[in-house]
Unconditional design. Structure first.
Length: 119
């Protein structure tokens, strides 16, 4: 199983980034995919979740209206579109996969990609 994030980087406040997470080694369309983030000195927090078929999503209140999660099951990839970025969005962003929504945490994790929002 492998989850590989990409798309992070340095962006100015108000800017946008799109993160990608390419999955392999499991039946991607059967898994709930999530994006998490962890800022320095803080706990990892859930940012967005999408069900296997992509029908249902859940976005954290802290990023609602600015971030969008989507997936392309043909490409085994999940995306996080981040708009109107603010310095408090600076964190390492991780994607995670879990077989069922009821699972508290993902079974599989990527290595993370750094997002830095700064002028």
């Amino acid at each position: 199983v492998q989850l590989v994030e990409s798309g992070g980087g340095l962006v100015q406040p108000g800017g946008s980034l799109r993160l990608s997470c390419a999955a392999s080694g499991f039946t991607f369309s059967s898994y709930v995919m999530s994006w998490y983030r962890q800022a320095p000195g803080k706990e990892r927090e859930s940012v967005a979740t999408i069900t296997g078929a992509g029908i249902s999503t859940n976005i954290a209140d802290t990023v609602k209206g600015r971030f969008t999660i989507s997936r392309d099951n043909a490409k085994n990839t999940v995306y996080l579109q981040m708009n109107s970025l603010a310095p408090e969005d600076t964190a390492v962003y991780y994607c995670g996969a879990k077989r069922f929504s009821s699972y508290f945490t993902p079974q599989y994790w990527g290595q993370g990609t750094q997002v830095t929002v700064s002028s």
